[in-house]
Every structure is written in structure tokens, then in C-alpha cells.
Design a protein around this ligand. Structure first.
Ligand SMILES: C[S@@+](CC[C@H](N)C(=O)[O-])C[C@H]1O[C@@H](n2cnc3c(N)ncnc32)[C@H](O)[C@@H]1O
Length: 218
């Protein structure tokens, strides 16, 4: 198409006014494209997860990863990142000596990407990325857990962690703290802040809360 023809087509397009039907088609098309992007790229694999438990992907910054590792310093044993995204926290944990170092992630694209990064770092055999729903995983074998999830799911996750984790487990939360727990340590500032919680202390907190609430109801 030469320049004149292109200009003419553009002029015709500008002159054409969008009617109600045109606007409806444009809106439906845009909505469909946004939905396809959401369902196909950002949240595939989430069909069976209730809407209120769906957390979109947002990778941890270098500082956030560093703060998580600072809070885990001196510890060893199994490590799991619940909702591991592109696997950066698991990779770092493995480099710090945690074994097994496992990431649970529902988005298959992110699981593939995480495996690629692990392969590129020469750590394909020391980390493991599993395409599993974190709510269905048995966490009783892990002494070290990290979570970068939304506040809306943290309350529910508290119950799962209290039920399943061993007494000497340490949980590190990034971006948002657990709503009803008192952290044993905090690292970093602002959005980079991370909170550590020791399971033994949490169970004590929980017990004394239960005792107080039964005393109040008497
Ligand atoms: C905010 S991102 C954090 C990613 C990674 N931990 C990081 O900090 O870089 C949360 C991740 O959790 C995943 N996710 C959300 N709900 C999940 C579930 N029920 N099971 C497994 N992964 C889940 C999302 O796909 C997303 O990649």
C-alpha cells in the first residue's frame, strides 16, 4: 500500500463514527483479550482454586530475597516457598545450603521458567519446582517456609501452618505480615520488610489465647 492509499484509508477510518454496536464490539473484544491474558498467562491452573484464594504473580525484589535469607541465617534442613513464582527464593535458599529446596507453584509457565533458571544456574538437581496447589501440600516435612502472598489468604494459611509444621519450624513472610501472629524478628524497611515467626512461640501464643477466651466465656 503506497502512502496516499494509506492516508486515504486512515481518513476514511477517522470519518467513520463508532455506533453503539461498534462500541459494544470494541468493549467485548478488549474484555476478552484481558480475560485471555489473565486466564492463559497470569493465572492458568487456578480454575479449581476459589477466587478469594487466588494470588497473582509478583516477584520478590533482590532486597526482599536478601531479607528472607538474613532471617533464615544459621538454619538448615528442608525449605519450601509457597507460591514460588519464577523460583528465585528457592534458588537462593538452595545456594545457602537448604536441602531439599522446593517451590510450589500452580502457574505452569512460572514452573517452566523456574526450572530454566535453575538449569542456567547449574542447580537443576539441587532444587525442585512442583506444580501443586499449596493448600493441598503436606508441609510437615519442612522446617523452613517462606510466603509472599496476599493478606486475604494469610489468615487461612496460619491455620494450615499451625496444624502441619514441626515445632522447630521458622516461617518467613514477605511483603505482608501474618495478621494475628507476633513475629520473633523483622528485617528490612517499607515494602522490603520481612517477618519471621517461630512455630514453638506461635503455638504458645495460640494456647494462651485459647485459655483467655475460655476464661472469658465462663
Ligand atoms: C506474589 S507471587 C510470589 C512469587 C515468589 N514467591 C517471589 O516472591 O518471587 C505469589 C505466587 O503464588 C502463586 N500461587 C498463588 N496461589 C497458589 C496456590 N494455591 N498454589 C500454588 N501457587 C500459588 C502465584 O501463581 C504466584 O506466582
Amino acid at each position: 500500500m503506497d502512502d496516499d492509499a494509506l492516508e486515504e484509508t486512515l481518513a476514511q477510518f477517522k470519518e467513520k463514527r463508532l455506533g453503539g454496536w461498534g462500541i459494544l464490539q470494541l468493549t467485548a473484544g478488549t474484555g476478552l483479550a484481558v480475560y485471555a491474558m489473565w486466564a492463559g498467562v497470569l493465572m492458568p491452573g487456578f480454575r479449581r482454586v476459589p477466587l478469594k484464594l487466588q494470588v497473582p504473580y509478583m516477584p520478590a525484589s533482590k532486597r526482599q530475597v536478601g531479607n528472607v535469607m538474613t532471617l533464615l541465617k544459621g538454619r538448615s534442613g528442608g525449605f519450601a516457598d509457597l507460591g514460588s513464582g519464577d523460583g528465585r527464593i528457592v534458588l537462593e535458599a538452595s545456594q545457602q545450603g537448604f536441602s531439599p529446596a522446593v517451590g510450589y507453584e500452580l502457574n505452569p509457565w512460572l514452573v517452566r521458567l523456574a526450572r530454566f533458571y535453575a538449569w542456567r544456574a547449574g542447580q537443576y538437581n539441587t532444587v525442585s519446582y512442583r506444580r501443586e496447589d499449596l493448600w493441598k501440600v503436606d508441609l510437615s516435612g519442612y522446617k523452613n517456609i517462606s510466603v509472599f502472598l496476599a493478606p486475604s489468604v494469610l489468615t487461612l494459611l496460619q491455620e494450615k501452618l499451625l496444624t502441619e509444621l514441626p515445632e522447630d519450624a521458622l516461617i518467613v513472610a514477605g511483603r505482608f505480615p501474618f495478621p494475628n501472629w507476633a513475629p520473633c524478628r523483622i528485617e528490612g524497611e517499607g515494602v522490603d520488610r520481612a517477618w519471621a515467626y517461630h512455630m514453638k512461640a506461635l503455638r504458645k501464643q495460640n494456647q494462651s489465647k485459647n485459655i483467655t477466651s475460655t476464661e472469658h466465656t465462663r
